[in-house]
Design a protein around this ligand. Structure first.
Ligand SMILES: NC(=O)c1ccc[n+]([C@@H]2O[C@H](COP(=O)([O-])OP(=O)(O)OC[C@H]3O[C@@H](n4cnc5c(N)ncnc54)[C@H](OP(=O)(O)O)[C@@H]3O)[C@@H](O)[C@H]2O)c1
Length: 160
């Protein structure tokens, strides 16, 4: 299972339920990678989507402890249930937010990170992969977005 996330310098990923700085290149990469795939998303991040609706052109799995259904999405109540819903051959991306990234972290073996050289105030964070010994940066591609230094990085879990 994979994840995709945009992080600031302190591995912050958002504040007040949204992303304070977004870069269009990251949005494009997100769209390209997740198109046609299954996405696992937390109920709070869903609220930040356009009209709070599941993403079109993807199978949406929403994590929540509540029972109310979300039209166009499948609900799961635990990480195990989310993993069980995904078939072996499916391409599955965990797309946040912070608590869902943490809940699904043990299932991840590849993480697409967009690093944005800025430090806005965050109240939601991703684990700093550079400090975790079982993760390595397998590739990186620097770019500038409207003058801001950014980098596409792909992290892979080191297999024992
Ligand atoms: N930078 C990025 O790439 C990126 C990507 C996505 C999100 N974000 C940011 O992340 C922030 C939101 O993160 P968040 O942690 O507050 O919210 P979240 O992870 O999107 O959603 C949290 C909700 O998911 C459900 N949930 C989480 N863990 C669960 C578990 N183990 N079992 C069952 N349900 C579970 C609960 O839903 P119920 O309350 O319904 O029970 C919980 O309230 C926002 O600022 C958003 O912009 C950033």
């Amino acid at each position: 299972m994979e994840a995709i996330v945009a992080v600031y310098n302190d591995w912050g990923i958002g504040s007040d339920g949204t992303q304070p700085i977004v870069v269009p290149e990251d949005r494009r990469r997100f769209a390209e990678l997740t198109r046609g795939a299954t996405v696992i998303v937390g109920s709070k991040t869903l609220l930040d989507f356009p009209d709070s609706q599941p993403l079109k052109g993807r199978r949406n799995i929403v994590m929540t402890r509540k029972e109310e259904g979300v039209p166009g999405a499948e609900l799961v109540h635990t990480p195990e249930e989310a993993a069980a819903l995904c078939g072996d051959g499916d391409r599955v991306f965990v797309i946040g937010g912070a608590t869902v990234f943490m809940a699904m972290f043990p299932y991840l073996d590849k993480i697409y990170v967009t690093k944005i050289d800025a430090t806005p105030r965050s109240d939601a964070y991703f684990p700093n992969l550079d400090s975790l010994p079982d993760w390595r940066c397998a590739s990186s591609e620097p770019f500038k977005s409207e003058g801001v230094d950014c980098e596409f990085c792909v992290y892979e879990k080191i297999k024992e």
